[in-house]
Design a protein. Structure first.
Length: 124
């Protein structure tokens, strides 16, 4: 039992390396400064720093992504590492790229050109 408890990853972590992020095989090895939060039913929100070429290569390396396009208007970042506080504004990316797959079960990834920050979340 002690081994099982010691192998459960934390529910959230900030500013960790690729090796320390929850389920690293989902993410590009050249990403850095990862932060994540695990949710209910195995949902996850991850944000990390990467350049645009690295983001594009990551998306292109996996055929599961059903769409990949420039952001037109804005994409709301639905999740965060920390729960939103009352009165806190939602975050939007207005200049970047968006990729995703699935309708009722899937994931979305967004790249913000202004900050070189990528956001990834799963949904069910």
């Amino acid at each position: 039992m002690a081994y099982f408890i010691s192998t459960i990853p934390p529910l959230y972590a900030e500013n960790v390396s690729y090796e320390e992020v929850y389920c690293p095989s989902l993410f590009p090895k050249d990403g850095r400064d990862f932060s994540y939060r695990r949710g209910m039913r195995s949902t996850i929100f991850v944000e990390f720093t990467i350049d645009e070429r690295g983001f594009c290569d990551w998306i292109a390396s996996d055929p599961k992504w059903e769409y990949y396009c420039p952001i037109d208007g804005g994409v709301r970042i639905w999740y965060s590492i920390h729960p939103r506080k009352e009165g806190e504004e939602a975050r939007y990316v207005t200049n970047g790229l968006s990729a995703g797959y699935g309708d009722h079960r899937g994931a979305q990834a967004v790249f913000d050109r202004a900050t070189n920050r990528a956001y990834y979340w799963t949904f069910y």
